[in-house]
Ligand binder design. Structure first.
Ligand SMILES: NC(=O)c1ccc[n+]([C@@H]2O[C@H](COP(=O)([O-])OP(=O)(O)OC[C@H]3O[C@@H](n4cnc5c(N)ncnc54)[C@H](OP(=O)(O)O)[C@@H]3O)[C@@H](O)[C@H]2O)c1
Length: 321
């Protein structure tokens, strides 16, 4: 594929694929079309990012690690050579890193794996992206906060209370270091939407209630519920604007109770909400502590992108689940 030299807003000489269209106004850099490499496209965020980006006219290659999906390439980012080969071949304008270990209680039990998969490996990929002059997007979490006094803006003081939160905060730090501050870090929370592995909260509610099973819901946790397609659209918009650093990108209600979210889902799918058992987080007795008021203020991203995410977006849950 032919290439074209351009100069980044950060004064870094930069290759972009010939099909990419990038406009410059002074220090501002606007991309109309990008080559995107979505790593972890078999997961919730990555799979939707890939679809939304393609629909918006971008050229996208996606990867999976252990859950094959037709059309995706296999990549484990622990294999640095394989990652390098993919960047060499595809020459993306941006690498979207959705790879990570997001099972909060699993991370609590296995900190070594959590720090490897949420911090060290993504930062190695970030360094590689920098070498190939590609932008880098890393997804972080509201769990970098203790949740005592949220919702939080981007400048709030972090204080993770779980291994997952610690490993993601370390991921932010290492990724920014590896990319010389150029990475875009998108903090989000409570992501839901259509998903190949069908494991997010909405699927859990529908599966439990359709099966007539009681379901424990924490009554004291609140924060954003984030529709994954909106998350992808906002991140694409931020990438196209050449933004870097930490941004909150989430649903519009930073103080939405989990209980209310669960009730919206049961109402939408006409399920029996009497099967919910609302109990406190401490009564749930999960291995990892949870931030109670860990919502994210998204004003900065809304102002920058002009995009207002929707409060609750239903989507088709396959009958098969
Ligand atoms: N979901 C949320 O509510 C939420 C909230 C805040 C932040 N985040 C962050 O957003 C990111 C994506 O989350 P998600 O919910 O989409 O997670 P997910 O559904 O578990 O997907 C994770 C993806 O990463 C891939 N992956 C895992 N280890 C990998 C490796 N070593 N090399 C390459 N790919 C690897 C997985 O591939 P296979 O499945 O094929 O193995 C999968 O495609 C994570 O960093 C997470 O911390 C998510």
């Amino acid at each position: 594929m032919g290439q074209l030299w351009v100069r980044l807003a950060h004064s870094r000489p930069h290759y972009v694929g010939a099909r990419s269209i990038i406009l410059f106004f002074g220090r501002l850099r606007f991309a109309l079309s990008m080559n995107l490499l979505v790593v972890g496209a078999s997961g919730l965020v990555g799979w939707n990012f890939l679809r939304v980006a393609r629909d918006a006219g971008h050229q996208v290659v996606g990867t999976y690690a252990s859950h094959p999906i037709p059309g995706l390439r296999n990549l484990n980012i622990a294999n640095a050579e394989a990652a390098r080969d993919l960047l060499e071949t595809f020459k993306p304008d941006a690498v979207v890193c959705c790879a990570g270990w997001s099972w909060v209680d699993g991370c609590q039990r296995d900190p070594k794996r959590a720090f490897l998969e949420n911090a060290k490996l993504p930062s190695q990929l970030g360094r590689l992206a920098l070498q190939y002059n590609a932008r880098f997007l890393y997804f972080s979490t509201s769990y970098v906060f203790d949740g005592k006094d949220g919702p939080y803006d981007e400048n709030a003081t972090t204080n993770p209370i779980s291994i997952y939160g610690e490993s993601k905060l370390e991921g932010e730090r290492l990724v920014l270091e590896a990319t010389e501050g150029l990475a875009l870090i998108a903090r989000t929370m409570g992501v839901y939407g259509e998903e190949p592995q069908q494991k997010n909260f909405v699927y859990q509610v529908v599966r439990n209630l359709r099966g007539g099973k009681l379901m424990n819901i924490p009554s004291d946790q609140r924060g954003n519920a984030s529709y994954v397609a909106d998350l992808a659209l906002m991140c694409i918009s931020l990438l196209m604007r050449g933004t870097s650093g930490i941004w909150n990108v989430a649903g519009p209600e930073p103080e939405l109770y989990r209980k209310e979210f669960a009730l919206r889902v049961s109402h939408e799918y006409k399920l029996d909400s009497n099967l919910f058992r609302f109990i406190t987080t401490s009564e749930l007795g999960q291995p990892a502590p949870r931030p109670l008021q860990g919502g994210l203020k998204i004003d900065r991203a809304m102002n920058a992108t002009g995009f207002k995410p929707s409060p609750w977006t239903s989507f088709l849950i396959p009958e098969a689940i």
